[in-house]
Ligand binder design. Structure first.
Ligand code: ADP
Ligand code: MG
Length: 400
């Protein structure tokens, strides 16, 4: 995958955009009829390639030095004349595409000369929505610490998206103060979701490969966030992140249902109490009968397993009519301590019961999806854990 920016006279914008987009590997990131503006935007985004039309170059001879020093490859499109060839040399263009057959020549030239995007992956990342029909069951605690655990198991980054649009607290849990949130990426009448704006809104959790897209800062902003734009955000994030972990608010809002439809895995959080089990039972019916999700898409995660509530995992499996995929233990006051300090539990205490169980769960997920790797312990060869029931042999889609 590589990104392309185009600087060309406005009359040519449509044909040039279409030509760039005809290559499935190319991600079109912008176009301008103003060469100075194009250079400013490229300084921010460092595209895989800048395509410049000779007409713009002629109008801006003063910018040729700046172009010659650009850190990204440039392809010049122009008439087959000695003067254009000289300009191509002066700006150190990687290629000169003549006007006679420019569409086909550009299509050949781009994949050869464009720099592959850093972080772009060969295949899209896995989108996992952490869901529950009930609040307070541990969704956010699990989403945050699972994202961190997944990031330890893979070299590619992991995105953590807070879709609890009114009361999201992911940013607080990881101790960041967002300057921009999902609201700045999708709200208003901005046409397409803008990749650059999305990248600028992502906040890295220091010392990790986790990038957070925070929930809106004001609850009323949630009303302006539309489901189809949220799906586009998830689509873009999966192109550059091995996992996209999505925290949600409780219930079946349009945004939640769209994210659930779009994702690969619905991680449904249950706790061992009758009220929660009843609402999860209703959710399972919605998934099966209303939304018609295949069984393997929905995974039950039992949080606070081992709490002496009088409800055993077998009772839960019987009531829900499905196996529990993972069990996560109660971890005393550690999750609250971590939240109070604004430091994720995985970083504050990687050896706590919940941290260890989530690390094990993440390793198992990575292995199931990407196959065994040297980063990951072999599940079959390790001692059986009482906190682990695994996904093996459940008809899980495996990527080779
Ligand atoms: N396994 C656990 N052990 C101990 N406390 C937990 C555990 N899971 C969640 N908690 C605590 O339960 C409360 C609710 O968790 P939270 O993640 O905010 O739930 P939700 O996002 O579903 O509303 C928080 O105070 C959190 O620290
Ligand atoms: Mg929450």
């Amino acid at each position: 995958m590589y990104t392309v920016y185009v600087a060309a006279p406005e009359a040519l914008h449509n044909t040039l955009t279409a030509a760039v987009k005809s290559d499935a590997e190319a991600v079109f990131i912008g176009i301008s009829g103003d060469l100075r503006q194009a250079l400013d935007e490229c300084a921010l985004t460092n595209p895989g390639c800048l395509v410049v039309h000779d007409d713009l170059l002629l109008e801006n001879i003063g910018l040729m030095d700046q172009l010659a020093q650009a850190p990204y490859p440039i392809i010049l499109i122009g008439p087959e004349t000695t003067a254009t060839a000289k300009r191509a040399l002066a700006i150190r263009a990687r290629d000169l595409v003549g006007l006679s057959n420019w569409e086909q020549d550009l299509e050949t030239s781009l994949p050869i000369h464009a720099a592959k995007s850093e972080g772009a992956m060969d295949e899209p990342g896995r989108v996992q929505v952490v869901f529950s029909s009930k609040g307070g069951v541990g969704k956010t605690t699990i989403a945050v610490n699972l994202a961190l655990a997944l990031a330890k198991s893979r070299k590619d980054p992991v995105a953590l998206v807070d879709l609890d649009l009114q009361f999201g607290d992911v940013a607080t849990l990881v101790g960041i103060l967002p300057q921009a949130t999902i609201y700045d990426v999708v709200a208003g009448d901005m046409g397409q979701v803008d990749r650059m704006r999305l990248e600028r809104a992502l906040i890295n959790v220091p010392g990790t490969r986790v990038n957070v897209l925070a929930a809106p800062l004001r609850p009323e902003e949630a009303d302006e966030i539309h489901a189809e734009r949220v799906v586009r955000v998830l689509q873009l994030l999966r192109e550059t992140h091995a996992f996209v972990v999505v925290d949600t608010g409780p219930g079946y809002s349009d945004v939640n249902v769209s994210a659930l439809d779009f994702c690969d895995d619905v991680l449904t959080i249950c706790t061992p109490d009758v009220v929660t089990i009843r609402t999860i039972g209703q959710a399972m019916r919605v998934f099966r009968e209303g939304l018609r999700y295949p069984d393997h898409k929905v995974k039950i995660i039992l949080n606070r397993a081992g709490s002496k509530t009088g409800v055993e995992p077998q009772d839960i499996e019987k009531t829900l009519g499905t196996k529990i995929s993972y069990q996560l233990p109660s971890d005393g006051s550690w999750p609250v301590k971590a939240a109070n300090q604004g430091r994720p539990l995985q970083l504050l205490n990687p050896d706590s019961l919940l941290s260890r169980a989530l690390t094990e769960m993440a390793q198992d997920m990575v292995e199931n999806i990407y196959g065994p790797s040297r980063n990951v312990r072999n599940v079959q060869s390790r001692p059986k854990s009482t906190l682990f029931s695994g996904w093996r042999n459940r008809g899980e889609r495996r990527r080779s």
